[in-house]
Design a protein around this ligand. Structure first.
Ligand code: DAH
Length: 346
């Protein structure tokens, strides 16, 4: 019986040696240490043996059982470690693998243009300010020297907000120009004032290749002692040089805006024909890009400035036209159609 146990132990250990996974190990356990294993059977039969043999076989059988139990535990530990190492290796992040490309967008061409224009004025000492798009009639018209019944109101088809005062007035609107914020600035900001005001403006108009009911403008306003037409021309000329290129010709002509006196319009030489005349410039060789002028004394006065002491100049331009001129885009609606085939080009 002892010999049988010895053989059993040797066999078990030999087999254990060649086991390489947990599943096999479990089969091994059932085979050598399970309820139906030879070892268990021997242990169960101990009671039937003669006393002397019982002692010797019992002691040895128990020794074998403990030994096999320990060997099993150790093998299990080794196998689990190997398994862990393998799965860790399999799951490890391969940092050399290139990631999936993420679709990165970019700023809208209009936003790019706003930033570019603001940057130019900021470099000349201007500050960028913004204000409400839903505006009072007062700031959009009255404070800018455009009283009720003034014909200038007709040139800016207005979207009125459905809000009536007790007296039946409709004083709220979607601002028709960023000049409305200029009126607010003059009222609240201490001198010296040097601001540019970019933003959306609204006109009650149908869309076509050159009009949309919403578009972008940027206004400028300067108020200080000793500001003259020379500052106006110098500043705007410098802007045109920086934005359109060093050798682009610039032209100032008289124009009328109720909130400036005198008023001017500024044009640049046509980029397509170089001044010879073409379809883009309507055969004039010039393209008007902005309105400007010396801030009207009434506007200054209403904002709390003494026009005998303080003077100022202002300008306002449409932003959408700038990239249209620069890139030869012939339909303003492309900017607002969210067509990525168009937008991705900028
Ligand atoms: N607000 C005018 C418009 O929408 C443009 C303009 C002209 C703005 C002259 C000014 C200015 O500040 O001085 O058509």
């Amino acid at each position: 019986m002892l010999k049988q146990l010895e053989e059993l132990k040797l066999n078990a250990l030999q087999e254990l040696e060649s086991i390489s996974n947990i599943k096999e190990l479990d089969l091994w356990r059932v085979c050598y240490l399970g309820k139906k294993s030879n070892l268990t059977r021997i242990l169960r039969r101990l009671a039937t043996l003669p006393l002397a043999e019982r002692k010797a076989v019992g002691t040895y059988a128990n020794e074998v059982k403990v030994y096999l139990d320990d060997s099993l535990k150790q093998k299990e530990r080794v196998l689990r470690e190997v398994q862990l190492a393998v799965s860790a290796k399999r799951e490890a992040i391969d940092i050399t693998l290139p990631g999936r490309p993420f679709p990165v967008g970019h700023l809208h061409p209009i936003t790019q243009t706003v930033y570019e224009i603001c940057d130019i004025f900021v470099s000349m000492g201007f500050q960028v300010v913004e204000g409400p798009e839903v505006e009072w009639d007062y700031y959009n018209f009255e404070a800018l020297n455009i009283p009720k019944e003034h014909p200038a109101r007709d040139t800016m088809s207005t979207s009125w907000v459905d809000f009536e005062t007790e007296s039946g007035d409709r004083p709220m609107l979607l601002r028709t120009h960023t000049t409305s914020i200029s009126a607010r600035i003059i009222e609240t900001m201490p001198p010296s004032i040097r601001v540019v005001i970019p933003g959306k403006v609204y006109r009650y108009e149908a869309s076509d290749a050159t009009h949309t009911p919403m578009f972008y403008q940027i206004d400028g306003q300067v108020v200080d002692k000793g500001i003259t037409m020379a500052e106006l021309k110098g500043t705007l000329y410098e802007f045109a040089r920086r934005f359109f290129g060093e050798d682009r010709k610039v032209r100032f002509r008289c124009d009328y805006f109720p909130f400036v006196e005198p008023g001017v319009e500024m044009a640049i030489e046509c980029s397509v024909c170089g001044g010879a005349g073409c379809r883009l410039c309507g055969n004039t060789g010039w393209i008007e890009i902005l309105g400007a002028g010396m801030t009207h004394p009434k506007v200054l006065e209403r904002g709390g400035f003494d026009p005998e002491v303080y003077t100022g100049f202002a300008f306002g331009m449409g932003i959408d036209r700038m990239p249209m001129l620069r890139y030869g885009i012939d339909d303003i609606r492309l900017f607002y159609s969210s067509d990525l085939r168009f937008l991705r080009q900028f």
